[in-house]
Write a protein that binds this ligand. Sequence first.
Ligand SMILES: [Cu+2]
Length: 102
Amino acid sequence: MKTRLAGLLCLLLSMPVWAQDVKIDIKEFMFGPKDLTVSVGTKVTWVNDDQIPHTVAETHKVFRSGALDTDDSFSWVFDTPGEFEYFCALHPQMIGKIIVTQ
Ligand SMILES: [Cu+2]
């Protein structure tokens, strides 16, 4: 019985079923989707699909990636509710927003 419980615990720990992962594509000088609403605890991953480098920089420096080459990615876990506006430091006209809800 003890072994079974340990096995179940291992299974639960290795599968955080309540955690969400979402992906944002950076393509043709745009973040897609540009605006995204997620719940607290969501991990957002940006992937650069363009042939030139981009970055992901939060307006208030909450998070900031380095230069992402083609197929590079950057992830951030949103632990607090609020609105997070971001842009590409290399192309400041590229903007996006993550809205984090409880
Ligand atoms: Cu860019």
